[in-house]
Design a protein around this ligand. Structure first.
Ligand code: SF4
Ligand code: ZN
Length: 324
């Protein structure tokens, strides 16, 4: 066998090419390499401590299934408990399939999953919100409404279920895309808010952690595949509206030309984040929304602001959660 096409550790059959290492890895050594890096991110940034109650934000996509699997796997060794929270945005022809896949994997690895829907908690689905937004000519794209409403619900549900950490499946690709978006939008100080563990506290904010911060998306997908975590290939119909889509394509083309460039962008993000966090301490202090008393960077939180835009009533939500 051509040596270049063999696992760099054992010489066995390769399962993945890790371009930035200019190496191939077999299934066993890739899984080990993947888990070792996640564990070292958890330890280095002190993401999880013994006794923690970790809520994993899960969507049923490959990233989140990998996250759930890995968090469950480490839970005994590190002494924490874990469960999953999924948000059903109400995206017809998409979310229902992903939730089905999530339920199957969660049962297989014995993790509880709690679901909160936009419809039951905000009074409308994302599909309906998008129609209203388009009719009224709002500048906000579906992903902005979706992201704000989802993050808001995840925090509420995690708090309600007494989690003290909220883990998300954000990977290296997500982090580098967000960094570039912040640069392009002139939102450079926002970079300080993006970190493997959330800075800044508020009694109603559950600390967010990103165990996959240094893992490329391609590897979270390969991990899910090799672990047999199946999910149907359906794409959100709104993905094309996201400005992230273009940045993602551009970054992937750069990475192809110059393997490892995403790590360089992530390093810049961490560095600028440190600098801004030190310059402006107010970046890490949060206010309280005047309508719902949720943590907010301004007087009105974005979820309440969007509810007002959409003609809904802002304020405290009476949470409805289901276990699946
Ligand atoms: Fe929501 Fe946009 Fe993701 Fe679709 S692509 S689930 S609208 S954030
Ligand atoms: Zn609010």
């Amino acid at each position: 066998m051509d040596k270049g096409l063999a696992c760099a550790v054992c010489g066995g059959k390769p399962s993945i090419k890790v371009s930035y290492l200019d190496s191939y890895l077999c299934k066993e050594h890739f899984l080990e390499y993947f888990e070792r890096r996640v564990l070292s991110t958890i330890k280095y940034f002190n993401l999880i401590e013994e006794g923690d109650v970790v809520a994993a934000a899960v969507s049923g996509g490959k990233d989140s299934l990998s996250l759930l699997y890995v968090l469950k796997k480490f839970s005994e060794k590190l002494g924490y408990t874990v469960f999953g929270i999924a948000v059903d945005e109400g995206i017809q022809g998409y979310r229902e399939y992903k939730l089905k896949a999530l339920k199957k994997v969660a049962e297989k690895i014995s993790v509880k999953i709690f679901v909160a829907s936009f419809l039951e908690n905000y009074g409308l689905t994302l599909d309906e919100a998008v129609k209203i937004a388009m009719r009224r000519g709002f500048e906000y794209k579906p992903c902005s409404i979706c992201g704000v409403f989802r993050r808001y619900l995840l925090n509420l549900v995690a708090k309600e279920l007494r989690a003290n950490k909220l883990a998300t499946g954000h990977n290296l690709d997500d982090e580098t895309q967000v960094f570039l978006m912040n640069v392009l939008r002139g939102g450079v100080p926002n970079i300080a808010r993006e970190y493997p563990i959330s800075r800044g506290g508020h009694e109603k904010l559950v600390t967010r952690i990103k165990p996959f911060y240094f893992i490329p998306e391609k590897e979270t997908l390969t991990y899910a595949l090799l672990r047999g975590l199946e999910t149907p290939f359906v794409e959100c119909p709104y993905v094309e509206y996201s400005i992230r889509h273009g940045i993602r394509r551009w970054l992937n083309s750069r990475e192809k030309e110059q393997p490892g460039i995403k790590y360089k962008v992530a390093a810049s993000s961490l560095l600028y984040g440190e600098i801004f966090a030190n310059i402006d301490r107010s970046l890490s202090s949060l206010q309280t929304c005047k309508y719902c008393s949720a943590p907010s960077t301004s007087e009105i939180c974005r979820a309440c602001a969007f509810r007002i835009y959409l003609g809904l009533t802002p304020g405290t939500i009476r949470l409805k959660i289901h276990e699946i």
